[in-house]
Write a protein that binds this ligand. Structure first.
Ligand code: SAH
Length: 213
């Protein structure tokens, strides 16, 4: 659990890279400047932790690229106290960003190994999600719905209806949709059955898989 001035310096460089790529939300940039991303990665990748790249974590999964984390976080338009559902806890890095933004975070992971590891790790850094669940994110978390926003951090072959149904009116679903390449897609719930859809650029994620492992 070592965070040095060198790491802090590298984080500030990462923040300027993200700014140059178009990220403007100050709260998100502050969160990225603060969170020790290197501690979320396997020790073999420590030197790469502050490059703007995705890297392998346990169970053949990846920690998302910082730019992707920042881009998705901006689309969520997080306000303090918002109830947010994350699909794909993974390393817990995105979860930590949402906690820093003052959200009440609920997160689901389908890989048991990652679920166990991250459930132990996040509180050690002081990040307390409201609920971390081992389960299938396609179903959302119906017992805690509705949510102010939902973020999917794996590539979804289609948009799960359960997730749209678990949004507040005015709520936002940010989901990368596609098989090999994904289009970042935002759905805003305008009414009980009315959704406004906006598409952003292309991203690459590990796939959103059905059922838990
Ligand atoms: N937010 C994570 C991204 C991890 S990669 C991070 O920043 O580290 C995507 C994660 O989604 C993987 O951990 C994968 O196991 C998980 N996943 C894939 N399909 C899922 C599903 N149906 N439900 C919940 N999690 C899922």
């Amino acid at each position: 659990m070592n965070d040095t001035f060198k790491h802090k310096g590298m984080r500030l460089q990462l923040v300027s890279t993200l700014k140059s790529k178009g990220i403007t939300n100050e709260n998100i940039l502050k969160a990225i400047a603060k969170i020790p991303r290197h501690l979320f990665m396997d020790s073999g990748f420590l030197d790469h932790a502050y490059q703007d790249k995705a890297f392998p974590i346990a169970a053949d999964q990846t920690i998302s690229q910082p730019y992707t984390v920042a881009f998705q976080s901006e689309l969520l338009q997080v306000k303090r106290g918002d109830k947010i559902l994350e699909i794909g806890t993974g390393s817990g890095y995105q979860t930590a960003v949402l906690c820093e933004l003052g959200a009440k975070v609920f997160s689901i992971e389908r890989q048991q190994e990652l679920f166990k590891k991250t459930s132990k790790f996040l509180p050690k850094l002081g990040y307390r999600a409201k609920k971390l669940v081992f389960g299938d994110g396609y179903k959302g978390m119906v017992e805690e719905a509705p949510f102010a926003s939902i973020i999917v951090t794996a590539g979804a072959p289609f948009v799960p209806k359960a997730l749209l149904a678990q949004l507040d009116i005015g709520g936002r679903l940010v989901i990368p949709v596609g098989e090999n390449v994904q289009t970042m897609t935002l759905f805003v719930r305008k009414g009980p059955k009315e959704f406004e859809k906006t598409e952003f650029g292309e991203f690459r994620f590990v796939p959103l898989l059905e059922d838990k492992n």
